[in-house]
Ligand binder design. Structure first.
Ligand SMILES: *[C@@H]1O[C@H](CO)[C@@H](O)[C@H](O)[C@H]1NC(C)=O
Ligand SMILES: *[C@@H]1O[C@H](CO)[C@@H](O)[C@H](O)[C@H]1NC(C)=O
Ligand SMILES: *[C@@H]1O[C@H](CO)[C@@H](O)[C@H](O)[C@H]1NC(C)=O
Ligand SMILES: *[C@@H]1O[C@H](CO)[C@@H](O)[C@H](O)[C@H]1NC(C)=O
Ligand SMILES: *[C@@H]1O[C@H](CO)[C@@H](O)[C@H](O)[C@H]1NC(C)=O
Length: 259
């Protein structure tokens, strides 16, 4: 059993109802039934990802590099190798601006899309509060922390439905399923054990030396966190950016099913 809650500042003050009525220059149109579609849509998503990290204030999307999150709460009950009750507040994540899109395809029937991304590095900093057990080590602390991950591969499948609105077709993102793998992780939790320095340093060193099992044991929690962040971003983008701008031949076969 695990649970994450994400309180993201930027969903509170979005001006709903603003959407792109004219195709912006960072959106490239592809034709789903063309043979070169996967190459075309992979480039189209790359162009979009080159743009969105600076933010799209016209639709209420804040800058994503650095990305600020007010709070991430993590709760995972006993049983497995990890039991944690943790929160991260005042979080800054750096690195999304350099996202490489390796692949993007769209299911011809459901319009769900599958995207493969790669990031050379991602850094997260914030204030943590932690009580729990990771790799059988009991942990307790409250202070600053940072995490550096490198060579990150992400595979994201987005489930969508289509909505007709204002004469356009929009993607309604209903769920995201993420798988990810990291090639390295370094981190530091300051003031672990309320400042017993020797224990703090030896525990950080031990966990860093064993970063792979640490990362594996945290994978379900991190996956849920990445999904929550991505769904918030993608919903903001696609609620306001007609899908017709991406797919010239969207919904031609579906119009009769949509009101
Ligand atoms: C893939 O798309 C890019 C950008 O549209 C284009 O420059 C390139 O030639 C395409 N590659 C292939 C193999 O079609
Ligand atoms: C988790 O910790 C917070 C304080 O850090 C506490 O208020 C909460 O009750 C804890 N939750 C559980 C399930 O232990
Ligand atoms: C949040 O973190 C930044 C540094 O990353 C710091 O300057 C700021 O004071 C912090 N804000 C709060 C409310 O702790
Ligand atoms: C990055 O990870 C991939 C597998 O996900 C691996 O094939 C590749 O060699 C790694 N690259 C570096 C520089 O570590
Ligand atoms: C979008 O999908 C959600 C399910 O995630 C659904 O509750 C909602 O009604 C859909 N919106 C529209 C306008 O169809």
């Amino acid at each position: 059993m695990f649970l994450t809650t994400l309180l993201v500042c930027f969903f509170s003050d979005i001006a709903f109802g603003d959407y792109y009525k004219v195709q912006p220059d960072f959106v490239k149109t592809c034709v789903k039934d063309d043979p070169g579609f996967i190459n075309c849509s992979t480039h189209a998503v790359q162009i979009l990802f080159n743009k969105i990290p600076e933010g799209l204030p016209e639709i209420g999307l804040p800058p994503l590099d650095p990305l600020h999150l007010d709070e991430i709460k993590i709760l995972q009950g006993g049983g497995g190798p990890v039991t944690v009750n943790a929160s991260l507040t005042n979080v800054t994540v750096r690195g999304f601006g350099k996202t490489k899109i390796l692949y993007n395809s769209v299911d011809p029937k459901t319009y769900d899309f599958l995207t493969k991304l790669h990031l050379d590095k991602l850094r997260m900093e914030g204030d943590y509060r932690l009580l729990g057990r990771i790799l059988v080590i009991p942990l307790r602390g409250k202070g600053n922390c940072w995490f550096d991950a490198k060579n990150i591969s992400i595979e994201a499948k987005s489930d969508v439905t289509l909505i007709k609105k204002h004469g356009f077709t929009f993607y309604n993102i209903t769920a995201i399923h993420v798988k990810f793998d990291i090639g390295g992780l370094k981190f530091h939790m300051g003031n672990l054990f309320d400042g017993i320095k020797a224990l703090e340093e030896s525990t950080n060193a031990y966990l860093n030396a064993n970063w792979r099992p640490v990362a594996d044991s945290l994978n379900p929690i991190l996956t849920k966190t990445v999904e929550d962040i991505m769904i918030g971003i993608l919903k903001t983008v696609f609620d306001n950016l007609p899908a017709d701008f991406f797919l010239a031949d969207i919904g031609e076969d579906l119009d009769s099913n949509l009101s």
